[in-house]
Design a protein around this ligand. Structure first.
Ligand code: GTR
Length: 328
């Protein structure tokens, strides 16, 4: 064997070894998403996936499953916690049942504004919530915006708490939201997002509550044409990864994944603002009557019982609650 062929043979075996190594370390992260493909969150997730693939040279890829095809949100949260699913783009609302810290941001009227929510979630509050998640099997890589949620129904506009009396309203799966609606003398039905349209249409419930983009994107506005801007919940969302998947990444890959998630959150927040305005226009063009509520005081007062119950059950979370409240 000439020296030249020897080197060629060596080169080939090194290349083969590298290929084996890179196949062995190649990892596909399966990611759950509830939203339609043109939703701000879905678009931002696509950018996240593209950045991860590019920066890891294809060693880590993210396979996105939009439209909730992998199942409902409460189940998907459990699957990510258990490492059955690798990632999810979750609202923190349905996480409260298994991760108590996330419930703090599901308390009605807790954030005074969206900019304040960004500031707190990108700082100590977000870190405390992510630490709570880590104890339960997953971590948050970045926070997405989900605006403010308001009530909509097929019966009447809501101007004061009295107008909620007797209305059957769907809420996300979390006892806190049942308590919230009951504090207004309404009847709360926890239900998966995917079942809400049909349930309103057939009169199983009179309405629900959500932000303008979701009210619009899954056509709830067609069957519940009174949209009353109570803006009672500002609940952020996360790009979350299971601890099991996270631990399989190298330190360098973890950094890439985290940075890509943060970059996608910046994009999502920008897209969100535009989408909110567009959704408000679209639902009104679709026949919805929107009413604003100048004085939310009477709604806020009714929520004292929700706070009292929550703090009695979770005294260890009072510091976190106060951290947000004192930022007002
Ligand atoms: C949306 C949110 C979803 C889901 C849905 C719901 O605003 O982005 O993750 O939580 O609300 O009402 O179930």
């Amino acid at each position: 064997m000439t020296l030249h062929t020897k080197f060629r043979a060596l080169g080939a075996s090194v290349a083969a070894a590298l290929m084996v190594a890179s196949t062995a370390s190649a990892m596909e992260l399966r990611a759950w998403n509830i939203h339609v493909e043109d939703y701000p969150n879905s678009i931002a997730l696509e950018s996240f996936a593209a950045e991860v693939a590019e920066k890891t040279g294809g060693d880590v890829t993210v396979k996105l499953f939009h439209n909730g095809v992998l199942g409902n949100q409460p189940d998907a949260i459990e699957q990510v916690r258990l490492g059955i699913l690798d990632m999810g783009q979750f609202n923190l609302g349905p996480m409260g049942q298994s991760i108590p810290e996330t419930n703090v941001v599901s308390l009605p009227f807790i954030f005074p504004s969206i900019p304040k929510m960004y500031e707190l979630m990108d700082g100590d509050v977000g870190d405390a919530i992510s630490a709570g998640m880590e104890d339960k099997g997953m971590r948050a890589l970045a926070w997405y915006d989900s605006g403010a949620r308001s009530f909509y129904n097929s019966v009447r506009p809501i101007n004061s708490p009295d107008d909620v009396e007797g209305l059957k309203l769907r809420v996300m799966s979390n006892n806190l939201f049942v308590g919230m609606v009951e504090a207004l003398d309404g009847n709360a039905t926890p239900m998966a997002f995917g079942e809400v349209y049909q349930s309103i249409k057939t009169g199983v419930v009179d309405g629900a509550e959500n932000n303008p983009p979701s009210y619009h994107s899954v056509n709830h506005y067609e069957v519940a044409q009174y949209y009353s801007l109570t803006e009672h919940l500002i609940i952020p969302e996360c790009v979350c990864i299971s601890n099991a998947a996270w631990d399989k990444l190298t330190a360098e890959q973890q950094e890439i994944v985290k940075t890509a998630a943060r970059n996608s959150a910046e994009e999502q927040r920008t897209l969100w603002q535009a989408r909110e305005a567009a959704s408000m226009e679209a639902v009104q063009a679709g026949g919805v009557t929107v009413n604003t509520i100048d004085d939310k005081g009477p709604f806020q007062e009714k929520m004292a019982v929700v706070y009292d119950g929550f703090l009695a059950e979770n005294p260890d979370l009072s510091d976190l609650v106060n951290l947000i409240r004192n930022a007002n």
